[in-house]
Design a protein around this ligand. Structure first.
Ligand SMILES: Nc1ncnc2c1ncn2[C@@H]1O[C@H](COP(=O)(O)OP(=O)(O)OP(=O)(O)O)[C@@H](O)[C@H]1O
Length: 336
């Protein structure tokens, strides 16, 4: 468990305090993938670096697995930091060292001197990230995705219980991003590792995270399960992130809708509700008509979901909406 209690952070620069994070409380549970999303300057890097105390809070306490990080002196802090791996946007590999030596580095740094033990551990780690055949290469001979896989192997070297990902896929193309995110999801599942990632892309959050916090101007403005936040964003910043992840729908939004008669509704189906033919059945039973204006079917991590924007007409629209809600469909009425 990672716990922030009344934490806030300002930087001291040019003789004055620059606020980076307003006072907040946050718990991140063991084994979850937690996303922190925000625009540039929102405070994401500061927040993630408070976990391993690469940045010290200006006030408040940070706990990792019930140990108060903020109360530890240097040797104990170093030991506790080994429980926390970290990967970076630009990989931070040692260019003059082979892939194997990059991964061996933190193992040796933690005090392991037996060459055979180090070699075996490096082999295991490279196999886990799909780079068994690349041990003797240098970082310059690898693609961006492969470099990040080395970064992940290195971060896992000392069997941490937490992995921090600082914009880990921001320098990668969409396909490579998808494969690195799939690897992170697999590691989370198989090693039961807690993952905290920061990103400016809602799509990254949608693919791998269980919960998310939205940062805006140093404040957490929204938080919750990814399904809730993605399907029902409340804050303007969250809505903007979600719309960026749904380009087809936002592009057509509201232009043709004004001319369509009826009540404008957004229906969200998740999990089992995506599998039932409720809309057709309710239309037959209540005699309402509907016109689908936009729609999307996809997954939020492992959860199938659908979202339809439609116009509904007829005498019994309210009865139809009640029946749809009864069938587990979430309904939002949109302004016209
Ligand atoms: N070392 C520092 N000294 C002074 N101000 C800083 C320092 N690091 C960050 N800041 C300021 O703190 C605020 C939050 O920065 P932070 O890097 O945490 O945001 P971010 O969301 O990670 O942004 P980005 O995505 O651009 O990295 C910004 O106003 C930034 O200018």
């Amino acid at each position: 468990m990672i716990r922030f209690v009344d934490v806030h952070k300002s930087y001291r620069a040019g003789g004055r305090d620059i606020p980076a994070l307003q006072r907040f409380n946050l718990d991140i549970a063991d084994g979850e993938v937690f996303g922190i999303i925000g625009l540039s300057g929102a405070g994401k890097s500061t927040l993630i670096r408070l976990i391993n105390l690469l940045e010290r809070p200006s006030g408040g306490q940070v706990f990792v697995d019930d140990v108060e990080m903020t109360a530890l002196a240097e040797p104990a802090l170093r030991a506790q930091r080994r429980r926390i791996g970290m990967i970076f946007q630009h990989f931070n590999l040692l260019a003059s060292q082979t892939v194997a030596d990059n991964v061996a580095f933190p193992i040796r740094l933690a005090g392991e001197r037996r060459a055979a033990v180090v070699r075996q551990r490096v082999e295991e780690l490279l196999a886990r990230v799909g780079l068994a055949d690349h041990a003797d290469k240098y970082p310059s001979q690898l693609s961006g995705g492969q470099k990040q896989r080395v970064g992940i192997a290195r971060a896992l070297a000392n069997r941490p219980s937490i992995l921090l990902c600082d914009e880990a896929t921001s320098a990668l193309d969409p396909q490579t991003t998808a494969s690195v995110l799939a690897l992170l999801a697999q590691i989370n599942r198989e090693l039961k590792l807690t993952i905290v990632l920061i990103t400016h892309e809602m799509d990254v959050v949608r693919r791998v995270c269980d919960r998310v916090a939205v940062l805006d101007g140093g404040a957490i403005v929204e938080r919750g399960s990814v399904a809730d936040v993605f399907l029902h964003p409340q804050h303007a910043t969250t809505k903007r992130f979600v719309n960026e992840a749904l380009p087809e729908e936002s592009a057509s939004a509201h232009v043709p809708y004004a001319q369509v008669p009826g009540r404008l509704l957004r229906l969200s189906f998740r999990g089992d509700a995506t599998m039932t033919p409720a809309l057709g059945r309710v239309a037959r039973e209540t005699g309402i008509d509907f016109n689908i204006l936009a729609g999307r079917i996809d997954r939020i991590k492992d959860l199938p979901y659908g979202q339809l924007t439609l116009a509904m007409q007829g005498d019994r629209v309210d009865a139809a909406l009640a029946a749809l809600r009864q069938a587990g469909i979430e309904i939002e009425e949109l302004p016209r």
